[in-house]
Every structure is written in structure tokens, then in C-alpha cells.
Design a protein around this ligand. Structure first.
Ligand code: SAM
Length: 278
């Protein structure tokens, strides 16, 4: 059996997927299937039919699950309306240690290489990797930072991340659900890779405020977001654009790049630091 798409993996947990009620996919959605998607599925998705898409992704139309319109947290678009909670991610990792294939997939390998290449500085004093999962990228980032914190909401992934980064004494891990929990300290690099779209708009704004308070003057922020069809509260574009708009008072976009699968936005904090919160 071939590798599963991100959506298929999440479907297997059958917790939060909602029926797709849209008559048609948006342009962004049509773009989107990962390299690991079979060509036939890719063609079907690009055909633009929400019904076909739902069937293709294994969605049972009448299932309703926990989400659909009228269900708690669901929306007319089939998206979750509220931040995905830690149990969702614990479920993801309950049956597989690497459900997204971070350690093996060409998508992740290329994304990580592009992310590292996008870093404006060769070295940072203090880095933060938000939603570090099993630490595959954290391990690659550790040589670029004097000190690095990886955080995630799932305890088991932190154990795996610690084991993976055993040869990086400068890396520490922390159990935290952002934006509610946030590490002490200040950072000249904050990486938010494939995490912000799990938050609703209010929590995204709180995350921006956390970053504003933690970013050292002139520090860098890296946002990476998959552009695929999701049932998350925000799409990759909404998460990135929302963050950038919210951060306007303390950070400016330095570089932006986009593939058919993900976008990568690098922001630089103001040299004077974030203005005080009034
Ligand atoms: C799709 S993975 C991304 C992993 C890694 N950052 C990357 O880009 O390869 C998302 C990770 O973020 C974690 N996560 C989700 N919501 C979170 C939150 N509110 N706070 C901290 N971690 C979160 C999940 O447990 C999961 O391990």
C-alpha cells in the first residue's frame, strides 16, 4: 500500500473529519495533493467535485462525525470552527509514531531543506520550534542554534523527539499547547511549521501576541504551511496571512515562497522590538 496523504491519515482516526458541503473546491484546494497522492486521486481532486473529493478521501457523507454543520465545532464548509485540542493529536499518534511520515517522506525532506535554506542567518542564539512533533526538523535545526526549544502538545512525541535529538545537548523539549502555554525566555528564531492552521482566529491572534512578546529585536519568524484541503479551522493561506497581518506592528515579511504544496514565509522583527501592549 502506498503512503497515505495527510488527510487520509487523519481520516483513519475518524474523529474530526466533517462532510464536505461545498458545491465545488476553491482554486487553492484544487492545487493540492501531496506528492505521495496517487495520480488517479490527484486527477479526481482536481476535477473539482466536493462529492468526489469526499468519497475519495473516505468521508462517509451521512457520518456527520463530531463536526458537520450543527455539530459542535463544525461549520458549513466542513471545517472545524475551534482550535483542535490536544486529544486530536494524541489520537493521531496513538497508532503510529510518525503519522505524517516526517522521517521518510520526500515532501517533508524537501520542505525541511527549503525551511533551513530560507533562514536568513546562519546561526541563532535562541530558537523555538513550535509543534516540533518527533523532532525530525528540530534535529536538523539544532546545529544552527546555540539553544533550541521544541514544544508540542503530545507527551509521547516529546519522548521520541528527545531520543532523536540525544546528540544535541543544546535542545530542550517542553509540553505545551500554544497559545495557552508558552515558554519563558526570548528567541531570535521562532519556527511555526504546519501548526498555525490548527488554531481558530482568536487563538491565532493570541499566538501572534505570544510571538510578539518573545521575539528578540530583529529576530526571525518562519511560517511553513501546507496548502492542501483540510478540515482545520484555517487553511494554510489563512493561517499564514492571518499571522502576517496580526504581526504587522512588530515584524515585516522578508521573503515568501510557494510551491504547489506549501508556502514558506519568513518575517523579521523590528530592530526596536515589539511595541508595548497597551
Ligand atoms: C503537522 S505536525 C508538524 C510538525 C513539524 N512542525 C513539521 O513541520 O514537520 C503538527 C504538530 O503540532 C502539534 N500541535 C498541534 N497543535 C498544537 C498546539 N496548539 N501547540 C503545540 N503543538 C501543537 C501536533 O501535536 C503535531 O505534532
Amino acid at each position: 500500500m502506498g503512503a497515505l496523504t495527510r488527510s487520509q491519515v487523519e481520516l483513519r482516526n475518524r474523529r474530526h473529519w466533517a462532510p464536505l458541503h461545498r458545491p465545488a473546491l476553491t482554486d487553492a484546494e484544487r492545487l493540492i495533493v501531496r506528492d505521495r497522492e496517487r495520480p488517479s486521486r490527484r486527477r479526481l481532486l482536481r476535477s473539482g467535485s466536493a462529492i468526489v473529493t469526499g468519497m475519495m478521501l473516505g468521508t462517509r457523507w451521512a457520518e456527520g462525525a463530531e463536526t458537520g454543520p450543527g455539530a459542535p465545532g463544525g461549520t458549513q464548509t466542513g471545517r472545524r470552527s475551534t482550535t483542535l485540542d490536544p486529544d486530536y493529536f494524541k489520537g493521531m499518534y496513538a497508532t503510529e509514531t510518525d503519522p505524517w511520515h516526517f522521517a521518510t517522506s520526500p515532501y517533508e525532506r524537501d520542505k525541511y531543506a527549503a525551511t533551513l535554506a530560507s533562514l536568513p542567518r546562519s546561526h541563532y542564539t535562541s530558537g523555538l520550534d513550535v509543534g516540533c512533533s518527533i523532532g525530525v526538523f528540530t534535529h536538523q535545526l539544532c546545529t544552527r542554534c546555540d539553544a533550541l526549544i521544541g514544544l508540542d502538545v503530545v507527551p509521547s512525541v516529546l519522548e521520541a523527539a528527545r531520543a532523536r535529538c540525544a546528540d544535541c545537548p543544546n535542545v530542550h523539549f517542553m509540553l505545551a499547547a500554544v497559545p495557552g502555554t508558552w515558554p519563558d525566555g526570548r528567541f531570535d528564531l521562532i519556527v511555526i511549521s504546519e501548526v498555525a492552521y490548527y488554531l481558530d482566529r482568536a487563538d491565532l491572534a493570541r499566538l501572534v501576541a505570544r510571538v510578539a512578546g518573545a521575539l528578540l529585536p530583529g529576530g526571525d519568524i518562519v511560517l511553513v504551511h501546507w496548502l492542501g484541503v483540510t478540515h482545520y479551522p484555517l487553511s494554510g493561506d489563512e493561517a499564514a496571512e492571518g499571522f502576517i497581518a496580526g504581526a504587522r506592528g512588530f515584524a515585516q515579511v522578508l521573503t515568501q515562497s510557494r510551491t504547489a504544496e506549501y508556502r514558506l514565509d519568513v518575517l523579521r522583527g523590528l530592530a526596536s522590538g515589539a511595541p508595548p501592549v497597551r
